[in-house]
Ligand binder design. Structure first.
Ligand SMILES: [Zn+2]
Ligand SMILES: [Zn+2]
Length: 152
């Protein structure tokens, strides 16, 4: 973690062994995310979250309000479930420096633990729990077809 840019663009190798979760909305059961990782709030490690590096804009939407919490200087926006409109997490649209420097998985999309139902995802063969590193080996379109079979 020597430089600002290195933090933003590199993936911490530890993340590659993390389990991947499918995240459903607790309010309406809609799928919100297919590549969630168990995470925690950088400013407060007692707060459990799920994070991801990218979201499907057909599943969630950003609200227009930009705000800061009293924890740090990150500029954040709420993420709402597209189906029911409930706020399910937030997007760090402009990370503050301390967070960027301690951010280790490059994920700026966070889902509140109480707003989602996590399901552990299995790999495309259905043989094992999927880990983040599997994304590095498999094609994304293949995964999109595969997940519905692996849902249970
Ligand atoms: Zn911050
Ligand atoms: Zn919902």
């Amino acid at each position: 973690m020597e430089s600002f840019d290195a933090c933003k663009n590199s993936v911490n190798p530890a993340v590659l062994n993390e389990d991947v979760y499918l995240l459903d909305c607790v309010f309406c059961d809609s799928r919100l995310c297919e590549r969630g990782l168990k995470s925690f709030l950088i400013a407060d490690e007692k707060v459990e979250l799920f994070s991801t590096d990218q979201v499907d804009r057909g599943l969630v939407e950003l609200t227009d309000d930009r705000f800061r919490t009293d924890r740090c200087f990150c500029q954040i926006q709420d993420i709402a479930c597209l189906q029911c409109g409930n706020v399910v997490g937030y997007h760090v649209s402009m990370p503050c420096r301390p967070c960027l420097e301690s951010q280790n998985n490059g994920h700026f999309w966070m889902f509140y633990r109480h707003s989602i139902i996590p399901h552990q995802r299995v790999n495309s063969n259905g043989t094992a729990t999927m880990i983040w590193g599997d994304f590095m080996h498999e094609k994304e379109d293949h995964l999109c077809e595969a997940w519905s079979e692996c849902e249970r």
